[in-house]
Ligand binder design. Structure first.
Ligand code: UDP
Length: 331
């Protein structure tokens, strides 16, 4: 991989650097000799997960805070994770999603423009595809989000294109499939409050911390009737961000990249995988479908492989579960 940095003590602004994927990316940036400066409002992020560079507690919507940070740390690029991310909540509280994910990101883009920072790696999502017509999904698939969360990510992709044309912004949009796993070194991991994601909930059921896990619908048009997702390890996601930064610096042009493995697993397969890896029983019940859930989301990751030379290394289902399990047992 081309190096993301050439200067000593070069700083990179990481918004949402206290979160699950952000903190893992900070760790990897530091390993590459870069200084990650985290901007996080700590509503969902964890102060103790900011271990590899300074933390500024603040909001991307706060222009004055952004300007102070830019002046003090003079970042040369931005990796923008800060966002609200619960699909279900975006349906019931869309204002929160447009304010944080669109208005907040816009304020960041304006600060970048004002301070002459050109390179941006943006956290997008497979949610931009809505109910896909094909599987696996290539990046040129039609984008029709079916929930406000996906709409905010698509709007930002469009806004970034306009900023690229008008102000010379260079960006890539990384469309994550299902982020999972945990730091292979065991230092940080996934914890949301409340937890809504499948793998941590299944692990909690295996640990007896919850009575059971509910399978959201078993009447989908899939092999076993449960939803299929493409689970991608957080360390592989972090690695893709560094590669994206290097790609921009080598003159790579604006585009979206799918980050997934190309292999999907159903909810039932994930439960079976957890039982196999942990040796514990996972009590589960079948419930109603969850609003906004497409039956299957599986990436065609060929573009990231070709242009970023990115190949997931930790994303077999067993490795994902093993790492997530090691972390879950500790917290
Ligand atoms: N899911 C489930 N029970 C749960 C949580 C999630 O059956 O308690 C299903 C959900 O419907 C989806 C898959 O697991 O098909 C992954 O959901 P998650 O919330 O982890 O990620 P998302 O796909 O929403 O990004």
């Amino acid at each position: 991989m081309a190096k993301a940095s050439s200067k000593p003590n070069e700083t990179i602004l990481v918004t949402g650097g206290a979160g699950f994927i952000g903190s893992q990316t900070c760790k990897m940036l530091a390993q590459e000799g870069l200084v990650p400066v985290t901007l996080d409002n700590l509503t969902t992020g964890h102060r103790e997960d900011v271990k590899w560079g300074p933390l500024v507690v603040g909001d991307v919507n706060d222009h004055a805070c952004l300007a102070r940070l830019m002046r003090q740390y003079q970042p040369t690029a931005v990796i923008h994770f800060a966002a609200v991310t619960a699909v279900g909540e975006s349906v019931t509280d869309p204002g929160k999603y447009y304010r944080n994910n669109v208005s907040g990101s816009l304020s960041l883009l304006e600060a970048m423009r004002d301070f002459g920072i050109k390179d941006l790696v943006f956290s997008s999502s497979a949610a931009v595809y809505g109910n896909p017509m094909r599987s696996p999904i290539p990046e040129d698939h039609v984008v029709v989000p079916i929930n406000p969360y996906g709409s905010t990510k698509l709007m930002m992709e469009r806004i970034m294109s306009d900023f690229a044309a008008a102000h010379g912004l260079r960006f890539v949009a990384l469309r994550y499939f299902n982020a999972a796993g945990s730091d292979p070194g065991g230092e940080i991991g996934e914890r949301h409050d409340p937890e809504t994601h499948l793998i941590p909930l299944v692990l909690d059921a295996a640990l007896g911390r919850r009575a059971n896990v509910t399978v959201f619908g078993n009447d989908y048009p899939t092999l076993d009737g449960t939803c299929i997702r493409d689970y991608i390890h957080v360390a592989d996601l972090a690695d893709a961000h560094l590669r994206a930064l290097a790609y921009l610096r080598e003159g790579g042009h604006e585009q979206a990249f799918n980050l997934g493995t190309g292999q999907g697993y159903s909810v039932k397969e994930v439960i079976a995988g957890v039982q196999r890896v942990t040796g514990r029983k996972v009590p589960h019940v079948v419930g109603e479908r969850r609003a906004g859930d497409p039956p299957e989301l599986v990436a065609d990751p060929l573009r990231a492989k070709r242009l970023l030379d990115w190949t997931p290394k930790h994303s077999s289902l067993d490795t994902i579960i093993n790492h997530a399990w090691a972390f879950r047992k500790k917290i």
